[in-house]
Design a protein around this ligand. Structure first.
Ligand code: PEP
Length: 262
């Protein structure tokens, strides 16, 4: 089966793996993955482990398609923003992607759609690829509001983006009830949501751009459930939390994505 675009398999380490453990994990992942010419891999460590991951990747042969991402940043150039990290600082460290609006940022840190929109625009302006996360809660799905909730998050998060910039976007659909719970959404349900996201992107940016934007699924994706998800037409990869912390499980997902591309 041949997909219309390269899969992106992204690992979100969250607040795990300190810099002293990062090299071992990266080397282990790269060793287990081997050559995967048809998949883009992204590792998003905590800020303090970014330099170690960067150094490890530069010393590994065959790690060219492993990219470095961050889990957050603050959308200002510099200044009195105690505790924050700027996009320029991330770019300097070789970071190419940044996760924006993960449900943990929305709920635990009160990040609202206005701030997330500012982050998406700022990331694009500084050549960071934004991975905008959207997702409904269990309650919202139970009340049949999931499509409306996701559309609202997307319209706010993507406000003011020009069509020419939009093709650099990555969207991650992460139903909140499936994150870190072991509860994975069934492939047909995910595909239905991805299709409605694609339709909205079409309305916002036109068919060609919408078709080129990667829409990842996130929520307890593992080696044993990723194949059926990745086979769906509008699922262009995964944003993986728990399973990205173990080299074997993350490498297995990457290898499955590579096989599906052949
Ligand atoms: C995530 O944090 O983005 C995520 C999808 O986590 P998990 O894979 O552990 O559900």
């Amino acid at each position: 089966m041949s997909k219309r675009k390269r899969y992106l398999i992204a690992g979100n380490w969250k607040m795990n793996i300190s810099s002293s453990d990062a090299r071992e994990l990266v080397v282990d992942i790269a060793g287990k993955v081997g050559k995967v010419p048809k998949v883009d891999v992204l590792i998003c460590p905590p800020f303090t482990s970014i330099p170690e991951v960067k150094n490890s990747l530069s010393s590994l042969a065959g790690a060219e398609s492993i990219f470095l991402g961050a889990q957050n940043f603050y959308p200002e150039k510099n200044g009195a923003y105690t505790g924050e990290i700027s996009a320029i600082m991330l770019r300097e460290l070789g970071v190419s992607h940044v996760i924006i609006g993960h449900s943990e940022r929305r709920t635990l840190f009160g990040e609202d759609d206005g701030l997330l929109n500012k982050k998406v625009l700022y990331a694009l302006g500084t050549n960071l690829i934004p991975i905008l996360c959207v997702g409904e809660t269990f309650e919202q799905r139970k009340n049949g509001r999931e499509v409306q909730v996701i559309a609202g998050q997307l319209k706010s998060g993507l406000r003011g983006i020009f069509q020419t910039e939009a093709k650099k976007l990555v969207i991650a659909y992460e139903p909140v009830w499936a994150i870190g719970t072991g509860e994975t959404a069934v492939p047909e349900v995910v595909q239905k949501m991805h299709l409605s996201i694609r339709e909205l992107l079409r309305e916002l940016f036109g068919p060609k751009t919408a078709a080129s934007i990667k829409i990842l699924y996130g929520g307890s994706m593992k080696a044993d459930n990723c194949k059926s998800l990745l086979q769906e037409n509008d699922i262009d990869g995964g944003l993986i939390g728990g399973a990205s912390l173990q080299a074997t499980s993350f490498a297995d997902i990457i290898k499955i994505a590579n096989e599906l591309s052949e």
